[in-house]
Design a protein around this ligand. Sequence first.
Ligand code: NAD
Ligand code: IPM
Ligand code: MN
Length: 354
Amino acid sequence: MSKRKIAVIRGDGIGVEVVGEALKVLEAAGAKHGIEWTFDEFPWSSQYYREHGQMMPDDGVDQLRDYDAIFLGAVGQPDIQDHITLNGLLLPIRRTFDQFVCERPSILFPGVTSPLSGKKPYDVDMLVIRENTEGEYSGMGGFMYEGQPDEVAVQTAAFTRRGCERIIRYAFEAASKRNKQKHVTSITKSNALGYSMVLWDRTFEEVSGDYPDISTNSLLIDAACMDFIRKPESFDVVVASNLFGDILTDIGAVITGSMGLASSANFDPTRENPSMFEPTHGSAPDIAGQGLANPMAQILTGAMMVRHLGDEAAADAIEASVKSVLEVGELLTPDLGGSASTSGVGDAIAGNLA
Ligand code: NAD
Ligand code: IPM
Ligand code: MN
C-alpha cells in the first residue's frame, strides 16, 4: 500500500466540477492498485478572493510544500481581472516551486473525431514541452503615468541560458524515451525577436549536438501554428517558450477533439518541490455549473500525477478506462458530440477501471 498526500485546489467554474470527477476516479484506482490517498482541499479561488482580498494566504505556497503533488482544476472568473486571479495563485506556484517543465500531450484517441478531415486515431500523437517559469511570463515590468493619456506599459520577456538549456535538454530526453520518430521541433521567432529567440536557437543547436540520434528542425511560431493544423502528424516532441507553448497547446487540444481531453502537468523534475497537475483548459465560465464539462482532461491529468508518483499500473488503468469510454462512445459530453453529464462520464470511467 502506498500513501499519497495531495493538495487539492478546485478553483473556479468547471474546475470545481471536473476535479470532483477526477477524485472519484483516483479513489477507485487507489482501491484497486493499493494507493491510500489523503486529499486536503484548499478553497483558494475567486470566491476566496472576494472574501479575503487575496487568492491565497500570504504563506499559501509554503502550505503546499510538503505535499506529494498539487492537483488543481482551473482559476478565473469573468468579474475579476485575470491578471489578479492568475498572478495571485497559479503563476506564483509554478515559479516558486520551479516547475519549469509543462508537459502537454496531444493525442487523437480512437473514438474521437478530429475537426481536421481524414485523420485516423494516433495520426496526431505529439508531446509539447513548454518552458514554464520564465520567458514571456517572467512577470517583470510596470506602468508609467498609469491611467493618464501618456501611459506606458513595459512587459519584459527574460530568457536565461540556463532556462533555455534545461527545457531543451528535457525535450531531447523526452524524445529519446518516446516510441516515435525521435524528432524534436524547436519553436522560434528569431526573425523578429533578435535577442531572446536567438539565445533560444543557439542553445537548441548546442544541446542537439549531445543527441546525434534525434533528428531536429526549427519552425517559426506562425508557421508552426499552420503546420499543427496542416500536418500535425509531422510532430513528435515540440519544445517551445512559455507563451508559444501556451498558444500551441490550445491548437493541439482542439485538433485532437476538445479542450476537455487535454491533460497537462507542471513538473519540477529535480523533485525538490511538489509538481502541480492541472489540465490545459480553463474554468470555462460559458458552461460552468451545468454538468456540461468534460472531466476527461482532468482525469487524464490525474493519471499523469499517478505516474509521476510512481504508481504506473494505476496510471495505465486510468488511461485505459478513459480510452475505452471514448471508444464505446455511449457516454460522452457535448463537446465530443454526446449528451452525457460530467458526473455520468466520471462514473463510467471510475466504474470501468481494471
Ligand atoms: P477555457 O479553456 O476555459 O474555455 C475555452 C473553450 O473551451 C470554452 O468554449 C469552453 O466551454 C471550452 N472548454 C474548456 N474546457 C472544457 C471542458 N473540460 N469540457 C468542455 N468544454 C470545455 O478558456 P477561456 O474561456 O479563455 O478562459 C476562461 C477562464 O479560465 C479565464 O479566466 C482564463 O484566464 C482561465 N484559464 C485558467 C486556466 C488555469 O487555471 N489553468 C487555464 C486557461 C484559462
Ligand atoms: C494555461 C493557461 C495559463 C497560462 C493562464 C491561465 C495564466 O492559459 O495553463 O494554459 O497561460 O499558462
Ligand atoms: Mn493556456
